[in-house]
Ligand binder design. Structure first.
Ligand code: 5GP
Ligand code: ZN
Length: 141
């Protein structure tokens, strides 16, 4: 399955160029065209799936095997001290390309990135209890 006007499907099909670092039958990993840090990579399922929520467990499983492999290699290749794994799912969350992709963002000392430093609040006990009950009910198999 592919989408004709999807840029990542075009990269998968080699119709447009990309700096591909790894691929297998299920996934492809390539450098982000506008990296936020040295080595910033995207890992993409070859199947066109719009969001994380739309993907099958099989697609997610293969995708994350690939994410782990690529992330370990990037750290070795760049001497990054660590990395962030980010999925923007849905427009509200900043997803621009509507083909599921995982960002691997290598981290360096004093790189100035703030991915991991968002303002937070204290957990509201009443709301937490209500939410946990609802979720436990929904997630019961
Ligand atoms: P999103 O905001 O959808 O999670 O991230 C999309 C990412 O794809 C951005 O970081 C952007 O720089 C990257 N990107 C968009 N178009 C291209 C492209 O044609 N080639 C590559 N390699 N990366 C792209
Ligand atoms: Zn696509």
């Amino acid at each position: 399955m592919s989408s004709n006007d999807c840029i990542f499907c075009k990269i998968v099909a080699k119709q447009i160029p990309a700096y591909v670092v790894y691929e297998n039958d299920h996934c492809i990993a390539f450098l982000d065209i506008n990296p936020v840090s040295y080595g910033h990579c995207l890992v993409v399922p070859k199947q066109h799936v719009e969001t994380f929520a739309d993907a099958t467990p099989e697609v997610i499983s293969e995708l994350f095997k690939c994410v782990q492999q690529v992330a370990i290699a990037i750290c070795k290749a760049t001497n990054a001290a660590g990395f962030n794994v980010v999925i923007n799912s849905g427009e509200i969350a900043g997803q621009v390309i509507r083909h599921l992709h995982v960002h691997i963002v290598p981290r360096y000392d004093n790189d100035g990135l703030t991915i991991d430093k968002q303002p937070s609040t204290k957990l509201d006990e009443a709301k937490a209890k209500q939410l946990v009950e609802k979720l436990q009910h929904m997630l019961k198999s």
